[in-house]
Design a protein. Structure first.
Length: 115
């Protein structure tokens, strides 16, 4: 079983950037598809991006061209570089397996985009 811990969130102005980090432990994740998700109060959690560590990388339409997912297999981390952040990107961001069944959700990391 994998354990995933998110970090890197914060408060940023519109147009700003943040890089989120997902530390993965407990087992090898080299061939495991990991995804980034986000959730705002009152709404369902939605997928933002995912990577299987090979050639498949997906992005939700609203973040295409602004967000970049990457993996560092030596440090067991998955990153989400977020550029040109907008108020609608405000949410708690989580990482987990890209497909169900997923592991229990962690605390996530809060991203707030506000002037």
């Amino acid at each position: 079983q994998l354990q995933l811990v998110e970090s890197g969130g914060g408060l940023v102005q519109p147009g700003g950037s943040l890089t989120l980090s997902c530390e993965v432990s407990g087992d090898t994740f080299v061939d495991v598809a990991i995804g980034w998700f986000r959730q705002v109060p009152g709404k369902e959690r939605e997928g933002v991006s995912c990577s299987n560590g090979k050639h498949i990388i997906l992005y939700e339409d609203s973040v295409k061209g602004r967000f970049t997912i990457s993996r560092d297999n030596t440090s067991n981390r998955v990153y989400l570089q977020m550029n040109d952040l907008q108020p609608e990107d405000t949410a708690v961001y989580y990482c987990n397996l890209a497909t169900k069944p997923q592991f229990p959700w962690g605390r996530g990391t809060q991203v707030t985009v506000s002037a």
